[in-house]
Design a protein around this ligand. Structure first.
Ligand SMILES: Nc1nc2c(ncn2[C@@H]2O[C@H](COP(=O)(O)OP(=O)(O)OP(=O)(O)O)[C@@H](O)[C@H]2O)c(=O)[nH]1
Length: 519
């Protein structure tokens, strides 16, 4: 037998839950793929920025060392010149003859632009160029004023200025010269060519939007790559690097937007230990992340195609699942309807059309089956045969249709006594009815039969042809006992029929049992 599949009440919920689960699965897969791609991409970005940090850090270290060496070299020369001037005495003839020596020093030092000595009034005494412009006086220069007012003999780095000798941009490194009595006697000046740094900075690959800055510690730019005249001496003390970061740490790296050209850059800054100078190396964030962006876009396109494919196939699959579930539902519904129909047909095939009781065919099958079971199990089985009294007269008096209605009502009463699962009330034929009572001994069956007789009498269906004035019924009971196992089903039936015959003969409206006789 094929196993029958029931359509559960919550079938629709299940369909929705399978469909919803499949949708959630597809969405989850998409979200995970997007998440993994985002995570990989974010890490690649971080790694590129980390590499750029290392690069800018290394360049800034090299540039700081270069600036330190250049200034240190200039300072050493300046110191020896200052010593010579002090030895010779400012304003003496020996000083005026120092030009060739100064020239040689400048020629040997690539960073030097010139060497100059000024007296206490700022007047030019000697320089490495040789020519002394008439009336030339540098008393108005920042470095001159500084030494005039500061007694220390340390080197002083000044802001960039245009050379009065050559008009080039120069950085000034100067020392105070004292007279023998310790009073201010003048200034020794070494000028450093800004182009010296520019040439060096041009040798680094910092991309198209990268920048290198050499500035004084107060934020005054000495030189910058890319070089533009307007940036020389520009005050960048208001930038975050000078305002916030350098006061906290002399070395660092930050991602910032430039205050000069508004470009987002990764800045590595470093203040020199010995001199008030700061070098800054910056790489454009755009250029650092250009390769990463390119790769990320390609990955994103790949992931997008993958997601579209997953969605298309996933949702097609879900549609197929839904269609299959729908078809399954329809098939189960159709099968159930067919089953119902079969049950109805089967019921009709076993039912008597008038009374609704089992028909003769059903009764015969049930009798044989219950008989076999009773003999097999050595259990009791009783049979009650019932016949409406004087029914011919009832038909004659009230008509055949009234007779049918009477039978229907009697059938209802007999049906009402079917209490156990095996009990079966049937229309045996015509106005004769039968009641099969498995596991019921004769006493029990007689009681049931008497109950039926009483209830039918109590119906009070007027019957002028019946001596009782109402419709009554007679019953014959026969039971299968263990002592009488030699009986067969037909004999059981025959015995019940004989008992019924006896009930009729004994005056009707009564019950007779085959073994016990009339009650
Ligand atoms: N209305 C109707 N009458 C039926 C049906 N089946 C049988 N009969 C009638 O029931 C009557 C049975 O009559 P009898 O066998 O002579 O028995 P009785 O008149 O009941 O007399 P007793 O059984 O001796 O009391 C017949 O007249 C049948 O025509 C039925 O389905 N409907």
């Amino acid at each position: 037998m094929s196993q029958q599949q029931e359509l559960p009440d919550n079938w629709n919920d299940k369909t929705y839950s399978v469909s919803a689960l499949a949708k959630i699965f597809v969405i989850l897969v998409c979200v995970i793929i997007i998440g993994i791609d985002g995570w990989i991409s974010w890490n690649a970005r971080k790694s590129d920025l980390r590499d750029a940090e290392v690069t800018t850090g290394n360049i800034s270290k090299a540039l700081a060392q270069h600036a330190n060496d250049a200034i240190q070299g200039a300072d050493a020369i300046l110191l020896s010149v200052a010593d010579q001037v002090s030895d010779a005495g400012i304003g003496t003839e020996r000083i005026a003859q120092m030009t060739p020596a100064l020239k040689r020093l400048v020629a040997k030092s690539p960073q030097l632009h010139g060497l100059f000595i000024y007296d206490a009034d700022g007047k030019w005494i000697v320089n490495s160029m040789g020519a002394l412009p008439p009336q030339a006086n540098n008393a108005d220069r920042e470095y001159f004023k500084y030494h005039q007012t500061h007694e220390d003999l340390e080197m002083h780095l000044g802001p960039p200025v245009h050379s009065r000798a050559t008009n080039d941009w120069i950085i000034t490194a100067s020392r105070r010269l004292n007279l023998p009595d310790g009073s201010f006697g003048g200034v020794a000046l070494a000028t450093i060519d800004i182009n010296y740094f520019r040439r060096f900075y041009d040798g680094f690959d910092i991309g198209d939007s990268g920048a290198i800055v050499l500035a004084l510690a107060d934020g005054t730019i000495l030189t910058r790559r890319p070089f533009e005249d307007k940036f020389i001496a520009y005050d960048m003390s208001g930038s975050r690097i000078f305002r916030n970061y350098l006061p906290q740490s002399p070395i660092g790296t930050r991602l910032e937007r430039s205050t000069l050209d508004n470009v987002e850059r990764l800045y590595s800054y470093r203040r020199l230990e010995k001199y008030p100078l700061v070098v800054i190396v910056a790489l454009s964030e755009n250029e650092i992340l250009a390769a990463w962006r390119h790769e990320s876009i390609i990955y994103a396109i790949g992931v997008a195609i993958l997601l579209v494919l997953i969605c298309v196939f996933g949702f097609r699959l879900i549609k197929q699942i839904n269609l299959r579930l729908l078809a399954e539902k329809e098939a189960i519904k159709a099968r159930d309807a067919l089953q119902q129909l079969n049950q109805t047909l089967e019921k009709l095939a076993h039912q008597d059309g008038l009374t609704g009781l089992a028909n003769r065919r059903h009764f015969d099958l049930a009798l044989n089956e219950e008989f076999s079971r009773a003999t097999r199990n050595a259990s009791a089985l009783s049979l009650v045969m019932l016949d409406v009294d004087c029914f011919k007269q009832y038909n004659d008096i009230y008509g055949h249709q009234a007779g049918d209605e009477c039978l229907r009502r009697i059938g209802k009463v007999i049906k009402g006594v079917e209490q156990r699962p095996g009990d079966l009330a049937a229309r045996y034929g015509g106005e004769e009815l039968a009641l099969l009572l498995p596991s019921t001994d004769v006493e029990g069956a007689v009681k049931v039969a008497e109950k039926i007789c009483t209830e039918i009498h109590a119906l009070g269906i007027t019957h002028a042809g019946n001596p009782n004035g109402v419709v009554t019924i007679s019953a014959g009971v026969n039971s299968l006992l263990l002592a009488r196992q030699e009986l067969n089903a037909q004999q059981l039936l025959k015995g019940a029929d004989e008992a019924l015959y006896a009930a009729k003969n004994n005056g009707r409206n009564r019950v007779c049992a085959a073994a016990l006789g009339s009650t």
